[in-house]
Design a binder for this molecule. Structure first.
Ligand code: ZN
Length: 353
């Protein structure tokens, strides 16, 4: 009898240990899977609301050799940009994905201040922008292989950017629009793939035409990364057929240059009529659920006294949505593009083939 009691006690103790071990495993697993990483920390994807998926606050074009936080005064940038951000908020915007890369004016602390002052959620990024012939890439890049680059970007995700503790919410890279990728740009997309496989951050790549888009998707595939981890930035520069093919493979199609001065009916890229037509054609082909939409606006320029004349973030609401509705798009369709798609695209999660 006593032996049986001992056995029961042992079983109970083992069960308790097993349970404790399970709880420890649950709490020690990477905490950032399934969330959106904002400049204020992790957030539930369900709370991001209407999202502009490709905008800028400040962009500094002086080049990687000369840029730095001392090039601008944060208060002056806030004075200029806060009213534009509040105007977006008045149009229902809840989240802005800030796409300015490192060495081009990325400033996580500026975004955090703007977030606190406006109530808008901001995301910042890690990665290197190779477009424009690598002008915005630091010299150290040339001595590093893709693995070392990826380690640098992963470290920003794990430890925060430049000692701020603020983590990137996506990977932003850029390649030139040529038909084939340069060795430097192959290295950048490879490093982005490696970073994705470790962090689950989505890869937004400044790309433009079809050929460099598919060249990057091929490299991702070779490394076992699903096209669902790839945002084809400036996809309006690609063909409709290319957009459809990429979207059907799972990639995100970023139609991101809806500008305030583009409400003319001329059917040229950047006009509201052109955007409405492209969105309708994508919907007709069953890929409404892969479209992301934004203005690529903002651009406070520290080289110009007072920052120049940055554009606002409202053309989508003032011109494009009415145009889309007049062509038969429903509120549900618009919600899909502005809320549901970004929610899924920027949700942290490793997407393997
Ligand atoms: Zn941009």
């Amino acid at each position: 009898m006593e032996k049986d009691d001992d056995l029961d006690l042992k079983i109970i103790l083992w069960l308790i240990l097993f349970l404790l071990f399970g709880i420890i495993i649950i709490f020690c697993k990477p905490q950032d899977r399934g969330v959106i990483m904002t400049v204020s920390g992790p957030e539930s994807p369900d709370s991001i609301g209407i999202t502009l998926e490709h905008e800028h606050v400040l962009v500094d074009f002086i080049g990687a050799d000369s840029t730095g936080y001392s090039r601008w005064n944060r208060d002056s940038v806030i004075n200029k940009m806060l009213p534009l951000i509040l105007e977006a908020k008045n149009n229902g915007v809840r989240t802005i994905i800030e796409c300015t890369p490192a060495w081009l004016g990325r400033d996580p602390l500026l975004l955090k201040s703007l977030s606190e002052l406006s109530g808008i959620t901001f995301l910042t990024n890690t990665g290197y922008y190779g477009a424009r012939n690598n002008l915005f890439i630091p010299k150290s890049f040339y001595k590093e292989d893709a693995g070392t680059l990826a380690d640098r970007w992963i470290s920003e995700f794990e430890n925060g950017i430049d000692g701020t503790g603020i983590k990137p919410g996506f990977i932003k890279i850029g390649v030139d629009p040529s038909d084939s990728l340069s060795p430097e740009h192959v290295k950048i997309i490879t490093a982005a793939a490696l970073t994705h496989l470790r962090t689950g951050l989505v890869i937004a790549s400044h790309t433009g035409p079809d050929n460099p888009a598919f060249a990057q998707l091929r490299i991702l595939r070779e490394l076992g990364v699903s096209p669902e981890a790839f945002i084809w930035v400036h996809a309006s520069r690609g063909t409709l057929e290319g957009n459809i093919r990429a979207a059907k493979s799972g990639a995100w199609i970023s139609l991101d240059k809806v500008h305030p001065d583009s409400k003319g009916e001329a059917m040229s890229p950047d006009s509201i009529g052109w955007y409405a037509g492209r969105i309708l054609a994508l919907k007709k082909n069953g890929v409404l659920n892969r479209i992301l939409l934004s203005h690529d606006s903002g651009w406070y320029d520290p080289a110009i006294p007072g920052g120049g004349n940055p554009d606002g973030y409202t053309a989508i609401f003032r011109y494009l949505i009415p145009a889309l509705k007049s062509k038969g798009l429903s509120d549900k369709d618009i919600n899909q593009i502005l809320v549901e798609n970004p929610k899924k695209a920027f949700r942290i999660g490793i997407r393997k083939l």
